[in-house]
Design a binder for this molecule. Structure first.
Ligand code: ATP
Ligand code: MG
Length: 410
C-alpha cells in the first residue's frame, strides 16, 4: 500500500520552495535589522505549558492540541506546540533571561501543530514566523513589534494590508468589561450559537469575534453595541493605547480600531492587533499579536511585560508574488565523470552553482538538459581534457568561447 502524507499536512518543494526561502530570508533580514535574535525552541513541550500558557478556555487548548503519551508507560503527556509564545516564554524563564537588562527580542520560524478541520488556509501542520519582545511596558515596544510586522510584509511587497488594533485593557479593565458584556448578552443567551453558549461561561469576550451570522446580528443590537463601543479602559490603559496610536501615525502605518478584535488566547492584555488581507477569503488573518504582560509570571517567572505576534507562513505564501525558478551558472557536459566532478568542485568553491551529468549520457542529451537548467554549458570532452582548456557556451546567445583557466572561465 502506498503511504500518503497525513491529512492537513503538506510537502513543500519544487516551484514553491524558492518563495518559501524568500519569506524566511526576508524575515531574518528584516527582524535582524531591528535587533531581534533568532530563537529555536523544541516542537514538543510539557502539555501543561500550553494548558496554562495558552489558556484552558481557548480553542487551541480545548480542541486543537496534539497531545499524547510518548511511550505506553509514560506518566506525563507531551504536546506538539500549537503556537510558540508559550515555548519562548518557557525558555526565557528557564534560562534566567530576566537577569539581563531589557529588552530581550526574539524571532522564530517553524512548524506548529493544531488538530483542526483542514480547509483553505487551515492545516494541521503549518508554519509560523513570529517575534516576542520582553521587558518593556511602554507602548514603544508595541509600536516596535507592529513596525517589524509591517516592514517584513513590505519586504514581500505586501503594502496594502489592513492593520487592526484594539486595547483590551489591563486585567482589571478586562474583568469589568467581561462582566458588562455578560450582563448585556444575558437576555440573548438562548439565541447564541452553541459555541458561544460555552464561551459565555468560559471566555465571554470571544463572543465578540464569533463568525456565526446570527451571533454577529445579535452584536449589532443597539444596547450591546453601546457596551462594546463604550470607552471602558482605565486612564493608564488609555494613555498606553493613545501613545501607540501616535507612534503608528508617526510611522505612517495605516491602522483602524476594531472594537470586536479580542483574539483567541487568554493571555492578552492591553494591545491586541491583527493584520488581514482581503485576498484571503474567510481565513483572512495573516498575523495576530498583542501584549501579554501577565504570562511570564503566570508561567513561574518574574513579572515581565511582553509583546509579540505570529504570522501564518502558508497564508503569506498564498498572497505574495511567486519567485521564478532561476537557472544555475554552469552545467558541465562531459563523458569523464572524474574530471567533471573535479571541475564542479573547483567552481563551487568559487561560489558558482554547478551541476553535471552523472551517467555519461550522449552529449545531445546533456545539452538538452543544460539548456533547460543552466545559463552556460561547459564542454569537457577528450580534447579539452588532454589540451587543458575549457569550451564554454552561453546558452542564451549560443556564443561559444574557449578559455584556458578556471579564472578566465568565471
Ligand atoms: P484563526 O482565527 O484563523 O483560527 P488563530 O487566532 O487561531 O487564527 P493565531 O493563533 O493568532 O491564529 O495564529 C497566527 C496566525 O497563524 C494566523 O493569523 C494564521 O495566519 C496562522 N494560522 C493559525 N492557524 C492556522 C492553521 N491551522 N493553518 C494555517 N495557518 C494558521
Ligand atoms: Mg484558530
Amino acid at each position: 500500500m502506498v503511504i500518503k502524507a497525513q491529512r492537513g499536512t503538506k510537502d513543500v518543494f519544487g516551484d514553491e520552495i524558492k518563495t518559501w526561502q524568500k519569506i524566511e530570508k526576508n524575515a531574518r533580514e528584516v527582524f535582524s535589522k531591528a535587533c531581534f535574535e533568532e530563537i529555536k525552541t523544541p516542537v514538543f513541550e510539557a502539555t501543561e505549558l500550553f494548558s496554562r500558557g495558552v489558556g484552558e478556555s481557548s480553542d487551541i487548548v480545548n480542541k486543537e492540541m496534539y497531545t499524547f503519551y510518548p511511550k505506553f508507560d509514560s506518566k506525563e503527556t507531551i504536546t506538539l506546540r500549537p503556537e510558540n509564545t508559550a515555548g519562548v516564554v518557557r525558555a526565557y524563564i528557564e534560562h534566567n533571561m530576566t537577569r539581563q537588562s531589557p529588552p530581550q527580542k526574539f524571532f522564530y520560524f517553524g512548524p506548529m501543530f493544531r488538530y483542526e478541520r483542514p480547509q483553505a488556509g487551515r492545516q494541521r501542520q503549518f508554519y509560523q514566523v513570529g517575534i516576542e519582545m520582553f521587558g518593556i511596558k511602554e507602548a514603544s515596544a508595541d509600536a516596535e513589534v507592529i513596525l517589524a510586522a509591517v516592514e517584513f510584509l513590505k519586504s514581500l511587497n505586501l503594502n496594502n494590508l489592513k492593520v487592526e488594533i484594539n486595547s483590551l485593557g489591563c486585567p482589571k479593565c478586562k474583568d469589568d468589561y467581561r462582566a458588562s458584556i455578560k450582563e448585556v448578552l444575558k437576555p440573548y443567551l438562548n439565541e447564541l450559537c452553541d459555541e458561544c453558549k460555552v464561551r459565555y461561561i468560559k471566555n465571554p469576550l470571544r463572543i465578540l469575534d464569533c463568525k456565526n451570522e446570527n451571533c454577529k446580528k445579535i452584536l449589532e443590537s443597539k444596547e450591546i453595541k453601546e457596551v462594546i463601543y463604550k470607552d471602558y479602559i482605565c486612564n493608564e490603559c488609555k494613555e498606553h493605547f493613545d501613545a501607540l496610536k501616535k507612534y503608528l501615525d508617526e510611522l505612517n502605518i495605516n491602522y483602524c480600531i476594531n472594537k470586536l478584535l479580542v483574539r483567541g488566547l487568554d493571555y492578552y492584555s492591553r494591545t491586541v492587533f491583527e493584520i488581514k488581507s482581503d485576498a484571503l477569503g474567510s481565513q483572512n488573518a495573516i498575523c495576530g499579536g498583542g501584549r501579554y504582560d501577565g504570562l511570564v509570571e503566570m508561567l513561574g517567572g518574574n513579572p515581565t511585560p511582553a509583546v509579540g505576534f505570529a504570522m501564518g507562513v502558508e497564508r503569506l505564501y498564498s498572497i505574495i508574488k511567486k519567485e521564478q525558478p532561476s537557472k544555475i551558472d554552469y552545467f558541465i557536459v562531459s563523458n569523464n565523470t572524474k574530471e567533471a566532478l573535479k571541475l564542479a568542485q573547483k567552481l563551487r568553491q568559487k561560489g558558482k552553482i554547478v551541476d553535471f551529468d552523472y551517467q555519461n549520457r550522449k552529449f545531445a542529451k546533456q545539452f538538452e538538459k543544460a539548456a533547460k537548467v543552466a545559463k552556460n554549458a561547459i564542454v569537457l570532452g577528450e580534447d579539452e581534457i588532454n589540451q587543458e582548456y575549457y569550451s564554454i557556451k552561453d546558452l542564451n546567445s549560443g556564443l561559444q568561447t574557449r578559455v584556458n583557466s578556471i579564472d578566465d572561465l568565471i
